[in-house]
Design a protein around this ligand. Structure first.
Ligand code: C2E
Ligand code: CA
Ligand code: CA
Length: 449
């Protein structure tokens, strides 16, 4: 790899090739990706005032901060004199993109010191998302660089490219229109992924996940359409539908496990809306039953803008006997101390993090610590994205309560989950689970240890 000598990072040419590869990979894996571009502002005056050596140290400092922000699989480059780029792989949605940018600005916040001089770093950033903004490497970079220019002239320190409804974004626009009719056309469906007790693998609940089968495009994954629903204001209607559908279907399931939970994802913007408790209550009054416990999954982003307000809303919901779960925890933007007072019952450790469990000892230690602290705060912990028996074992050792992931089962249709609950085998995974240790597939009414 050709590197920039000063920072050791990839240069622009190398970066564009790599970006092309990453775009391809993210489309194959149907996962989102973000391209962040960051400029150090007024860099030429920094050089003029403090000298070139100071300027060089500042560039190296910037490279270090970006490397620190990067998670496994992410890529950092220097693509101009004072311009850097970061590819954020496996980026879930716009919210996560914003959290990454906030984190970068926090990293750049302390004054920078070198050669006995000191300055406050000013930076401008932009982020283009794939596939929401573009799905070609050159287009992504062009949009991000154009957005950084717009940010500078409009006095912002961060901008996304515009969600323009012009030709350039026709892919985005089509989907938005199509999505608005999807509910009426009956193209949406809820699927359910089991959550099991880590110790005996007993099914304890499901997460409800939305699926969209478009008449010509076929199946569209939620990573693609949920961000579009969020940006176009359709997410509320979809969430109300999801809540009602999941409760209605779950209350009809017949299975030997007594009470099981059904978890519905609630977008950040709804957590701060006053009518959320009423919406939940009316869905519960229509479809709730003794055999079902309702959980709302929210992300930490929901609580950032007005925590006290959101806390009040969540407390009202919990007072109704509905549980609250913090989703995607551990993505690198979380602050555990923050959760001490949070009105929640459950914490879901993000899958990107769970995957690191086997690879590095730091991840293992942090996972253990998160679980321990969560327990101390009275939260139960779910490991998400558990794909291998070794990971499950690692979670069990660390006293994680529940596991969810392809090792147990993928999300299934309403019919599928009913069948599974009545015969919860793990054969589909083809993985060597030891039935003697995990007690697979025995319907137990009373939890054994
Ligand atoms: P999420 O809430 O974190 O949901 C978990 C996602 O991880 C699901 O993807 C699930 O299929 C996937 N998953 C579970 N176990 C494994 C595993 O072992 N390996 C791998 N590779 N993946 C696993 P899905 O269904 O594609 O949903 C993606 C995201 O879309 C969800 O992430 C959630 O943020 C959003 N979403 C899905 N359904 C809804 C919904 O009804 N409402 C809202 N607001 N968002 C939803
Ligand atoms: Ca979730
Ligand atoms: Ca999650």
């Amino acid at each position: 790899m050709e590197a920039d000598e000063l920072t050791g990072l990839m240069n622009r040419r190398e970066f564009l090739l790599e970006l092309g590869r990453q775009v391809l990979q993210s489309s194959e894996q149907k996962s989102g990706m973000g391209l962040m571009v960051v400029d150090i502002d007024k860099f030429s005056s920094v050089n003029a005032i403090h000298g070139f050596e100071f300027g060089d140290r500042l560039l190296q400092h910037m490279a270090m901060q970006l490397n620190q922000l990067a998670r496994e699989g992410d890529l950092v480059a220097r693509i101009g004199d004072n311009r850097f780029a970061l590819i954020l792989t496996r980026l879930k949605n716009r919210g996560h993109a914003e959290l990454a940018v906030q984190k970068l600005f926090r990293l750049l916040d302390p004054p920078f010191e070198a050669n006995a001089a000191r300055m406050k770093i000013a930076a401008t950033a932009a982020m283009a998302l794939c596939p929401q903004h573009a799905s070609q490497a050159e287009d992504l970079l062009r949009l991000a660089e154009r957005a950084i220019h717009s940010a500078r002239i409009s006095g912002h320190n961060f901008l996304f490219p515009p969600d323009s409804r012009t030709e350039e974004f026709s892919e985005f626009w089509d989907m938005e229109i199509e999505l608005s009719g999807a509910l009426q056309r009956g193209e949406l469906e809820m699927h359910y992924q089991p959550k099991v007790d880590c110790t005996d693998l007993r099914p304890v609940g499901v997460e409800a996940l939305m699926r969209w089968t478009h008449r010509t495009r076929g199946s569209v994954m939620p990573d693609i359409f949920i961000p579009i629903a969020e940006q176009s204001g359709q997410i509320k209607a979809l969430t109300i539908w999801a809540l009602n559908t999941a409760l209605r279907q779950a209350s009809e399931w017949k299975h030997p496990f007594g009470r099981i939970s059904v978890a519905v994802n609630v977008p950040a913007e709804m957590v701060s809306q006053h009518d959320l408790p009423d919406l939940v209550e009316s869905a519960w009054n229509l479809w709730g039953s003794d055999g079902v416990e309702l959980i709302l999954e929210i992300t930490e982003r929901s609580l950032v803008s007005s925590p006290e307000h959101s806390f009040r809303i969540l407390s009202r919901i919990r007072a109704m006997g509905v549980k609250v779960s913090i989703d995607d925890f551990g993505t690198g933007y979380s602050c555990l101390a923050y959760f001490k007072n949070i009105p929640a019952d459950e914490l879901k450790i993000d899958q990107s993090f769970i995957r690191g469990l086997l690879d590095d000892s730091a991840s293992r230690e942090i996972a253990g610590l998160i679980i321990e602290l969560a327990h101390r705060f009275g939260l139960s912990v779910v490991g998400e994205g558990v794909e291998g028996a070794e990971v499950l074992e690692a979670l069990r050792e660390r006293k994680c309560d529940l596991a969810q992931g392809f090792l147990v089962a993928k999300a299934m249709s309403n019919d599928g989950i009913q069948r599974w609950l009545n015969n919860p085998t793990f054969e589909g995974t083809g993985l060597p689970l030891d039935p003697a240790r995990f007690r697979i597939g025995i319907p137990v009414d009373v939890k054994t240890t």
